[in-house]
Design a protein around this ligand. Structure first.
Ligand code: 2HG
Ligand code: ZN
Length: 451
């Protein structure tokens, strides 16, 4: 091992090979504190050439690698298990000037989402993906997980924003396709193969990204409703009526109560509602009127409040966006991220409480998510030793509703053993053949994604 450490120090410099346990520690536990492990060392390369050198050195030594970006992942894909070199990409922070004609930009893997957004906005454009972990989540991690977030309704997932990638393969080869051509039918799409591969096929070092128009005028509504069915009916009406609809986010009374006590927020309405929906419209000119008009047509709405100014919008978003933090402050949850066809969503939401209660009596279930994609975040506090049984029960219930066991967070280590609930044997066998072709010795993120 000391030969490998020596070689790694030659490539990235002494200061960027962290062997000391205290220095490694922040990289070895995830944000939720649920996944923790040990790395042989943490290596922090500065550029693509150094990444390629590190990967080639590990390949030559037969040492596995786990790749980490901002360490905001929720399925343990960036956390080592004992034998790996942990490759941290946070020093790859270069970002090229925005190309206004193509409306694209090239960013290195370690650029945070927040810095990417800031960079695009300074050039009069915007980035199509947004999520609560924006200050730490990085481009490489967003690509590797095919991140979703709160704008999928309008712009699609990360996959839809990526027009090209540069990546280092398991043997140290650099593949690069950064021209960002809108049309390019010249064979297998290696870029899209790497999106969502969770570090198992290669290390993403740079991405060519599509940008979207900057829509400066925004209006946000927080709506109180009686049922999940009512939220779905309002969503369908909103999609039909609002040209600027940009987000539709769901939460429930117990989650809002937890957020309120964590963040010290007032009750949003005089009365409590079982279900809450955050709707956001974004446009070139003020979309408040169209949002108010939709809500004025009472229909399924219990109560609603609208904000157009930045402070008011942030205040309304907080009821939804602070869920993850508030849950984390209350304990280490079992965290599942599932999606089902919209027709199945209300029945899934109704069946989850008894399902959780049967396996982990007294545990606290908090549900929230991205309504338009049928994506529920199932968080359970106080499950004790029942975590695996609970995961099994919930994911089987989701499969019975024709859903996916990972909607946007990825499979990682957390869901690998349940992959067959969402993918057929033939699909998994094909994935294994792709993995074997690109990483024959299986050194890239072993144990992640493929069981
Ligand atoms: C969100 O939508 C994130 O806020 C996190 O995907 C979800 O904490 C979670 O379960
Ligand atoms: Zn989410």
């Amino acid at each position: 091992m000391s030969d490998l450490f020596e070689r790694l120090r030659e490539i990235v410099g002494d200061a960027h090979v962290l062997v000391d346990p205290d220095l490694r520690a922040p990289y070895e536990t995830d944000w939720t504190r649920r996944f923790t492990g040990t790395a042989r060392c943490v290596v922090r390369p500065a550029d693509t050439a150094e990444v390629a050198g590190v990967v080639a050195a590990c390949a030559a030594a037969g040492t596995p690698i786990v790749v980490q970006g901002g360490n905001t992942g929720l399925v343990g894909a960036g956390i080592p298990t004992g034998s790996e070199v942990l490759l941290s990409l946070t020093r790859l922070t270069g970002i090229e000037p925005v190309d206004p004609l193509e409306a694209q930009v090239t960013a290195e893997a370690g650029v945070t989402l927040e810095n990417l957004q800031r960079h695009a906005r300074a050039a009069g454009l915007d980035f199509g993906v947004d999520l609560a972990a924006r200050s730490a989540a990085t481009v490489g991690g967003l690509v590797a997980t095919n991140a979703g977030g709160i704008r999928v309704l309008r712009y699609g997932s990360m996959r839809a924003q990526v027009t090209g990638l540069e990546a280092v393969l398991a043997d140290g080869t650099v593949v690069s396709r950064l021209s960002g051509l809108a049309k390019d039918n010249t064979g297998y799409d290696l870029t899209q193969l790497l999106v969502g591969s969770e570090g198992t096929l290669g290390v993403v070092t740079r991405a060519r990204l599509r940008l979207v128009p900057l829509l400066p005028a925004r209006a946000v509504a927080l709506v109180g409703l009686a049922t999940t069915e009512d939220a779905l009916a309002l969503l369908a009406r909103a999609r039909g009526a609002l040209t600027g609809l940009a987000a539709a986010e769901l939460c429930y009374a117990d989650g809002v109560a937890l957020v309120r006590s964590y963040a010290g927020l007032p009750a949003p309405f005089p009365e409590e509602y079982p279900v809450y929906l955050v709707l956001e419209c974004a446009a070139r000119s003020d979309p408040t009127d169209e949002l108010v008009e939709l809500l004025g047509d009472a229909g399924e709405i219990g109560d609603a409040t609208v904000a157009s100014d930045a402070a008011g919008r942030t205040r309304l978003w907080a009821y939804r966006e602070a869920h993850t933090e508030a849950i984390s402050a209350a304990g280490i949850p079992v965290k599942l991220d599932v999606s089902v066809p919209l027709r199945e969503l209300a029945s899934l939401a109704a069946q989850l409480p008894p399902t959780v209660d049967a396996v982990a009596p007294g545990a606290r279930l908090i549900l929230f998510g991205h309504l338009n994609e049928g994506n529920l975040h199932v968080n359970v506090l106080g499950a004790g030793a029942q975590g695996t049984e609970l995961t099994d029960a919930v994911l089987n219930l989701v499969a019975a509703h024709r859903g996916s066991i990972s909607s946007e967070h990825g499979v990682g280590r957390a869901k690998a053993r349940w992959l067959s609930l969402s993918r057929s044997d033939a699909e998994i066998a094909t994935m294994r053949r792709i993995k074997a072709a690109l990483d024959p010795p299986g050194l890239m993120s072993p144990g992640v994604l493929l069981p």
